[in-house]
Design a protein around this ligand. Sequence first.
Ligand code: DLL
Length: 432
Amino acid sequence: MIWNTKYETMPRKELEELQLERLKYQVARVYEKVPFYRQAFMERGITPSSIRSLADLARLPFTVKQDFRDNYPFGLLAVPMEQVVRLHASSGTTGKPVIAPYTAGDINMWAEVMARTLSCAGMTKNDIMQNAYGYGLFTGGLGFHYGGERLGATVIPTAAGNTKRQIMLMEDLGTTVITCTPSYSLTIAETALEMGVDLKTSKLRLGVLGAEPCSEQMRQEIENKLPIQAIDIYGLTEMVGPGVSVECPHKLGMHIFEDNFLAEIIDPLTGEQLPYGEKGELVLTTLTKEALPIIRFRTKDITSLNPEPCKCGRTLVRMSKITGRTDDMLIIRGVNVFPSQIESVLLEVEGVEPHYIIVVDRKRHMDTLEIQVEVSDEVFSDEARKMEELEKRLMEEMESTLGISPVIKLIEPKSIPRTVGKAKRVYDRREL
Ligand code: DLL
């Protein structure tokens, strides 16, 4: 169902006019309120009146993660602190986190885009949504929570973790929709199996799974193990959290809520805009954010855009699944390798489980790539010869896709630690 027909099915020309009007307003606001932007604009000889068409967007400076660090914690704030009603933060692994302040208006907009998100994914007010994203500074928990309530569904704020209780509640309360990371959905499936609970006979029917990459093959694994349609959802703290884009049940790309977020694709090396259909780095501009308006944020996420109307009736541009980040590409012996390619190859092969890690190291001046992957109980207890055959097969498949040959290590089921939020799968020990 379409939650907001006006904005989700607007003819593109009209939408672009709306975007331009909002962009002009945002540019004028940041110029006036945020010294960081005023200075960056002045350096380029840009004033608010320089923006006459959407094409002028390309003249505006980028914002990068480092700018958040340099202006930590409130340097990019565009409203007085007394108008801020909430702060979230990203879980940055190094250095200071990104701080995201929200006004009451921002929280309202967020609930709106999340209601649209859940509706687009196929949820209705009759659903019981178990929200197993982390609550707290992470935007996942509260973002989904407010969206679910705005939609009128029943929200169960279980948060991430405590998986056995999660499964008990799922059965007892008749949960129909699970919201969590793709990797946690697999942990739920695995734990249910251990508990002897057959979720296939439960009321569960839909999963709105995001916050980390998930290849088509991984989606397939999830849909095989749980009785759900697994819908991909994308978002990031710098924009609002979840609520930037989501798939509809046709699964033909994630619809970006373009009345709030203006999307471009650029060549990550030159910074030049790329045409529709070409893969590059996603750049996003907020069009309605009050507390933290951001111009041309370089997400580092790699995707492409498709403006064709979707079968669902939405006219919003669609972004393809994220195939990697400009900073997660591994260069191994001079060859570029994306973890998503490794995931796709692994999960195409029978007998392999969707739990793996990638270890890159340097031994005697040579890069090494080791892929450790769990195999099913049957394979593990099979004859050694079968394990060797599987290893060889994986090595050949990897070699033909990646162009380099990794070491494959088949490991016992459940030996890789499970996480409740975003999975960490790549260990690059060369940097140490
Ligand atoms: O992960 C917001 C979110 C919460 C999205 C719940 C979806 C569901 P951050 O912690 O700031 O925000 O991380 C943002 O996570 O730049 C991507 O690299 C990655 N990411 C998010 N969604 C997807 C997705 C939340 N569907 C960063 N596919 C982003 C691939 C994703 N990567």
